[in-house]
Design a protein. Structure first.
Length: 299
Protein backbone atom coordinates (compact mmCIF):
# COMPACT_ATOMS: atom_id res chain seq x y z
CA UNK A 1 0.00 0.00 0.00
CA UNK A 2 1.38 3.39 -0.96
CA UNK A 3 2.26 5.75 1.88
CA UNK A 4 2.39 9.42 0.89
CA UNK A 5 4.56 12.07 2.53
CA UNK A 6 4.54 15.83 2.12
CA UNK A 7 7.06 16.97 -0.50
CA UNK A 8 9.65 19.20 1.17
CA UNK A 9 12.74 21.07 0.01
CA UNK A 10 14.97 18.44 1.60
CA UNK A 11 13.66 15.82 -0.82
CA UNK A 12 15.38 17.37 -3.85
CA UNK A 13 18.56 15.30 -3.69
CA UNK A 14 16.62 12.05 -3.32
CA UNK A 15 14.21 12.67 -6.19
CA UNK A 16 16.39 14.66 -8.60
CA UNK A 17 18.05 11.65 -10.33
CA UNK A 18 14.64 10.25 -11.26
CA UNK A 19 13.73 13.27 -13.35
CA UNK A 20 16.37 12.17 -15.87
CA UNK A 21 14.27 9.06 -16.54
CA UNK A 22 11.58 11.05 -18.34
CA UNK A 23 11.81 11.03 -22.13
CA UNK A 24 9.04 13.53 -22.96
CA UNK A 25 10.80 16.84 -22.12
CA UNK A 26 7.81 18.09 -20.11
CA UNK A 27 8.69 20.79 -17.58
CA UNK A 28 6.80 18.97 -14.82
CA UNK A 29 9.56 16.36 -14.67
CA UNK A 30 12.21 18.74 -13.36
CA UNK A 31 13.35 20.00 -9.98
CA UNK A 32 12.10 23.51 -10.65
CA UNK A 33 8.84 22.43 -12.24
CA UNK A 34 8.07 20.22 -9.26
CA UNK A 35 9.46 22.00 -6.22
CA UNK A 36 8.45 25.55 -7.16
CA UNK A 37 4.82 24.42 -7.19
CA UNK A 38 4.87 21.76 -4.47
CA UNK A 39 2.95 23.86 -1.94
CA UNK A 40 0.58 25.44 -4.44
CA UNK A 41 -0.55 21.97 -5.57
CA UNK A 42 -0.18 20.44 -2.08
CA UNK A 43 2.15 17.80 -3.43
CA UNK A 44 2.98 14.57 -1.67
CA UNK A 45 5.03 11.60 -2.85
CA UNK A 46 5.31 7.88 -2.26
CA UNK A 47 8.10 5.47 -3.15
CA UNK A 48 7.43 2.11 -4.74
CA UNK A 49 10.21 -0.22 -5.95
CA UNK A 50 12.54 2.76 -6.51
CA UNK A 51 9.84 4.64 -8.44
CA UNK A 52 8.35 7.94 -7.31
CA UNK A 53 4.64 8.67 -7.38
CA UNK A 54 3.34 12.21 -6.84
CA UNK A 55 -0.10 13.11 -5.55
CA UNK A 56 -1.58 16.57 -5.20
CA UNK A 57 -4.45 18.94 -5.84
CA UNK A 58 -4.84 20.14 -9.42
CA UNK A 59 -7.54 22.61 -10.50
CA UNK A 60 -10.80 21.46 -8.89
CA UNK A 61 -9.64 17.86 -8.44
CA UNK A 62 -8.41 16.66 -5.05
CA UNK A 63 -6.13 13.65 -4.80
CA UNK A 64 -4.89 13.58 -8.40
CA UNK A 65 -1.69 11.82 -9.44
CA UNK A 66 1.17 12.52 -11.80
CA UNK A 67 2.56 9.82 -14.05
CA UNK A 68 5.02 7.74 -11.99
CA UNK A 69 8.74 8.27 -12.51
CA UNK A 70 10.25 4.93 -13.52
CA UNK A 71 13.04 3.50 -15.66
CA UNK A 72 10.83 1.78 -18.22
CA UNK A 73 7.25 1.07 -19.24
CA UNK A 74 7.07 -2.04 -17.06
CA UNK A 75 8.03 -0.12 -13.92
CA UNK A 76 5.59 2.68 -14.73
CA UNK A 77 2.71 0.28 -15.33
CA UNK A 78 3.46 -1.51 -12.06
CA UNK A 79 3.32 1.84 -10.27
CA UNK A 80 0.03 2.70 -11.99
CA UNK A 81 -1.39 -0.54 -10.61
CA UNK A 82 -0.28 0.56 -7.16
CA UNK A 83 -2.14 3.85 -7.62
CA UNK A 84 -5.21 1.86 -8.66
CA UNK A 85 -4.97 -0.26 -5.49
CA UNK A 86 -4.57 2.87 -3.38
CA UNK A 87 -7.63 4.52 -4.96
CA UNK A 88 -9.78 1.41 -4.54
CA UNK A 89 -8.71 1.06 -0.92
CA UNK A 90 -9.62 4.70 -0.24
CA UNK A 91 -12.77 4.71 -2.40
CA UNK A 92 -11.23 7.56 -4.40
CA UNK A 93 -11.25 8.31 -8.14
CA UNK A 94 -8.08 7.59 -10.10
CA UNK A 95 -7.15 10.74 -11.97
CA UNK A 96 -3.80 11.37 -13.68
CA UNK A 97 -3.02 15.03 -14.32
CA UNK A 98 -0.63 16.72 -16.74
CA UNK A 99 -0.19 13.50 -18.71
CA UNK A 100 1.55 13.80 -22.07
CA UNK A 101 0.65 11.98 -25.27
CA UNK A 102 3.27 9.31 -24.55
CA UNK A 103 1.68 8.84 -21.13
CA UNK A 104 -1.69 8.32 -22.83
CA UNK A 105 -0.23 5.37 -24.72
CA UNK A 106 0.93 3.66 -21.53
CA UNK A 107 -2.34 4.30 -19.73
CA UNK A 108 -4.29 3.06 -22.75
CA UNK A 109 -2.54 -0.31 -22.60
CA UNK A 110 -3.86 -0.83 -19.04
CA UNK A 111 -7.17 0.98 -18.90
CA UNK A 112 -9.52 0.96 -21.90
CA UNK A 113 -12.19 3.02 -20.15
CA UNK A 114 -10.91 6.55 -19.59
CA UNK A 115 -12.10 10.14 -19.93
CA UNK A 116 -9.47 12.43 -21.44
CA UNK A 117 -9.64 16.20 -20.96
CA UNK A 118 -7.11 18.43 -22.81
CA UNK A 119 -5.40 21.04 -20.61
CA UNK A 120 -4.32 23.53 -23.28
CA UNK A 121 -3.21 26.18 -20.80
CA UNK A 122 -0.60 23.78 -19.43
CA UNK A 123 0.97 22.76 -22.75
CA UNK A 124 4.73 23.38 -22.92
CA UNK A 125 6.41 25.34 -25.70
CA UNK A 126 9.50 23.49 -26.97
CA UNK A 127 12.08 25.16 -29.22
CA UNK A 128 15.18 24.16 -31.13
CA UNK A 129 17.95 25.71 -29.06
CA UNK A 130 19.81 26.92 -32.15
CA UNK A 131 16.73 28.87 -33.29
CA UNK A 132 16.63 30.94 -30.09
CA UNK A 133 20.41 31.38 -30.00
CA UNK A 134 20.67 32.57 -33.60
CA UNK A 135 17.24 34.13 -34.31
CA UNK A 136 18.02 33.73 -37.99
CA UNK A 137 15.71 34.34 -40.92
CA UNK A 138 12.69 36.52 -41.63
CA UNK A 139 10.49 34.82 -39.06
CA UNK A 140 12.66 36.24 -36.26
CA UNK A 141 13.01 39.74 -37.72
CA UNK A 142 10.77 41.21 -35.00
CA UNK A 143 12.89 39.81 -32.20
CA UNK A 144 16.09 40.97 -33.88
CA UNK A 145 14.66 44.48 -34.29
CA UNK A 146 13.92 44.69 -30.57
CA UNK A 147 17.38 43.38 -29.67
CA UNK A 148 19.14 45.78 -32.04
CA UNK A 149 17.18 48.69 -30.58
CA UNK A 150 18.13 47.60 -27.06
CA UNK A 151 21.82 47.37 -27.91
CA UNK A 152 21.84 50.79 -29.57
CA UNK A 153 19.88 52.44 -26.74
CA UNK A 154 21.82 50.81 -23.91
CA UNK A 155 25.39 50.20 -25.06
CA UNK A 156 26.52 49.74 -21.45
CA UNK A 157 24.37 46.63 -20.95
CA UNK A 158 26.01 43.52 -19.49
CA UNK A 159 25.11 39.85 -19.19
CA UNK A 160 26.45 37.99 -16.15
CA UNK A 161 26.04 34.43 -15.00
CA UNK A 162 24.14 34.14 -11.73
CA UNK A 163 26.52 33.16 -8.94
CA UNK A 164 26.97 33.63 -5.22
CA UNK A 165 28.48 37.08 -5.78
CA UNK A 166 25.56 38.62 -7.66
CA UNK A 167 22.48 36.58 -6.73
CA UNK A 168 21.67 39.33 -4.23
CA UNK A 169 21.31 41.74 -7.17
CA UNK A 170 18.65 39.49 -8.68
CA UNK A 171 16.88 39.34 -5.32
CA UNK A 172 16.75 43.14 -5.09
CA UNK A 173 15.40 43.39 -8.63
CA UNK A 174 12.70 40.81 -7.89
CA UNK A 175 11.55 42.82 -4.89
CA UNK A 176 11.20 45.94 -7.05
CA UNK A 177 9.50 43.99 -9.81
CA UNK A 178 6.90 42.60 -7.39
CA UNK A 179 6.31 46.05 -5.90
CA UNK A 180 5.78 47.59 -9.34
CA UNK A 181 3.32 44.82 -10.24
CA UNK A 182 1.72 44.64 -6.81
CA UNK A 183 -1.88 44.51 -8.02
CA UNK A 184 -1.18 41.32 -9.98
CA UNK A 185 0.74 39.65 -7.17
CA UNK A 186 -2.07 40.41 -4.74
CA UNK A 187 -4.85 39.20 -7.02
CA UNK A 188 -3.26 36.12 -8.61
CA UNK A 189 -2.33 33.44 -6.05
CA UNK A 190 -0.05 31.58 -8.47
CA UNK A 191 2.12 34.69 -8.94
CA UNK A 192 2.47 35.17 -5.18
CA UNK A 193 3.45 31.52 -4.78
CA UNK A 194 5.95 31.75 -7.62
CA UNK A 195 7.56 34.83 -6.03
CA UNK A 196 7.94 33.07 -2.70
CA UNK A 197 9.61 30.10 -4.37
CA UNK A 198 11.94 32.28 -6.45
CA UNK A 199 13.25 33.69 -3.18
CA UNK A 200 13.63 30.10 -2.00
CA UNK A 201 15.67 29.33 -5.12
CA UNK A 202 17.91 32.32 -4.43
CA UNK A 203 18.49 30.99 -0.91
CA UNK A 204 19.14 27.43 -2.13
CA UNK A 205 20.58 27.97 -5.57
CA UNK A 206 23.05 25.08 -5.54
CA UNK A 207 20.50 22.68 -4.09
CA UNK A 208 17.99 23.54 -6.79
CA UNK A 209 20.74 23.05 -9.38
CA UNK A 210 19.78 26.07 -11.45
CA UNK A 211 21.64 27.99 -14.12
CA UNK A 212 20.88 31.60 -14.92
CA UNK A 213 21.86 35.01 -16.23
CA UNK A 214 21.33 38.59 -15.07
CA UNK A 215 20.86 41.54 -17.42
CA UNK A 216 22.41 44.83 -16.28
CA UNK A 217 22.31 48.38 -17.65
CA UNK A 218 24.85 50.72 -16.11
CA UNK A 219 25.37 48.27 -13.25
CA UNK A 220 21.63 48.13 -12.42
CA UNK A 221 19.69 44.90 -12.85
CA UNK A 222 16.79 45.13 -15.30
CA UNK A 223 16.07 41.41 -15.69
CA UNK A 224 17.13 37.84 -15.11
CA UNK A 225 16.37 34.31 -16.30
CA UNK A 226 16.90 31.00 -14.54
CA UNK A 227 16.29 27.35 -15.25
CA UNK A 228 17.95 23.96 -15.34
CA UNK A 229 19.43 21.55 -17.85
CA UNK A 230 18.16 17.97 -17.92
CA UNK A 231 19.79 15.76 -20.56
CA UNK A 232 19.60 17.70 -23.87
CA UNK A 233 17.03 20.30 -22.77
CA UNK A 234 17.16 23.65 -20.99
CA UNK A 235 14.01 24.27 -18.96
CA UNK A 236 13.44 27.99 -18.43
CA UNK A 237 11.54 28.32 -15.16
CA UNK A 238 11.84 32.07 -14.59
CA UNK A 239 12.04 35.14 -16.85
CA UNK A 240 11.57 38.59 -15.34
CA UNK A 241 12.45 41.91 -16.94
CA UNK A 242 11.59 45.59 -16.63
CA UNK A 243 9.36 46.18 -19.64
CA UNK A 244 10.14 49.90 -19.80
CA UNK A 245 13.38 48.81 -21.49
CA UNK A 246 12.32 47.82 -24.99
CA UNK A 247 13.97 44.57 -26.05
CA UNK A 248 14.87 43.40 -22.54
CA UNK A 249 12.88 40.18 -22.75
CA UNK A 250 14.13 39.41 -26.25
CA UNK A 251 17.71 39.89 -25.08
CA UNK A 252 17.14 37.53 -22.14
CA UNK A 253 15.69 34.82 -24.38
CA UNK A 254 18.51 35.11 -26.89
CA UNK A 255 21.38 35.39 -24.40
CA UNK A 256 20.13 32.55 -22.19
CA UNK A 257 20.00 30.29 -25.25
CA UNK A 258 23.56 31.29 -26.22
CA UNK A 259 24.76 30.84 -22.65
CA UNK A 260 23.63 27.19 -22.72
CA UNK A 261 25.19 26.31 -26.06
CA UNK A 262 25.57 22.58 -25.38
CA UNK A 263 21.87 21.71 -25.41
CA UNK A 264 19.51 20.80 -28.26
CA UNK A 265 16.13 22.02 -27.00
CA UNK A 266 14.68 24.75 -24.83
CA UNK A 267 11.41 24.33 -22.95
CA UNK A 268 9.91 27.71 -22.05
CA UNK A 269 7.03 26.08 -20.19
CA UNK A 270 3.32 26.86 -20.52
CA UNK A 271 1.29 30.03 -21.00
CA UNK A 272 -1.09 29.33 -18.06
CA UNK A 273 -3.98 30.25 -20.35
CA UNK A 274 -2.78 33.85 -20.74
CA UNK A 275 -3.49 35.04 -24.29
CA UNK A 276 -0.65 37.60 -24.40
CA UNK A 277 1.84 35.03 -23.14
CA UNK A 278 0.57 32.53 -25.70
CA UNK A 279 1.10 35.01 -28.54
CA UNK A 280 4.58 35.85 -27.27
CA UNK A 281 5.66 32.22 -27.00
CA UNK A 282 4.24 31.34 -30.41
CA UNK A 283 6.17 34.27 -31.92
CA UNK A 284 9.40 32.38 -31.20
CA UNK A 285 8.18 29.52 -33.42
CA UNK A 286 8.27 26.40 -31.24
CA UNK A 287 9.32 23.15 -32.88
CA UNK A 288 6.75 21.33 -30.77
CA UNK A 289 3.99 21.99 -28.26
CA UNK A 290 3.91 19.33 -25.56
CA UNK A 291 0.22 18.78 -25.00
CA UNK A 292 -1.08 17.70 -21.61
CA UNK A 293 -4.23 16.03 -20.42
CA UNK A 294 -6.21 15.10 -17.33
CA UNK A 295 -7.18 11.43 -17.45
CA UNK A 296 -9.98 9.95 -15.37
CA UNK A 297 -9.58 6.19 -15.20
CA UNK A 298 -12.58 3.91 -14.75
CA UNK A 299 -12.21 0.49 -13.16
Amino acid sequence: MLVFKKLDLGDIEKIKPFFTLSKNRACDNTVGGTFIWRDFFRMEYAEYNHNFIFKGKFADNAGVFAMPLGKNTEEITNSLRQIETYCKKNAAPMTICLATESDLEIIGMLYPDVTITPESGWSDYLYNAADLAELAGRKYSGQRNHINYFKRAYPDYEIKQIDAGNIGDARVFLGKYIQENEKYYKSIPALAEEAEKIYEIFDNYALYGQTGIILYIGGIVIGFAAGEVVADTLFVHIEKADMQYRGAYQVLVNEFAKFNSNISYINREDDAGDENLRISKLSYHPCDIIKKYTIEIKF
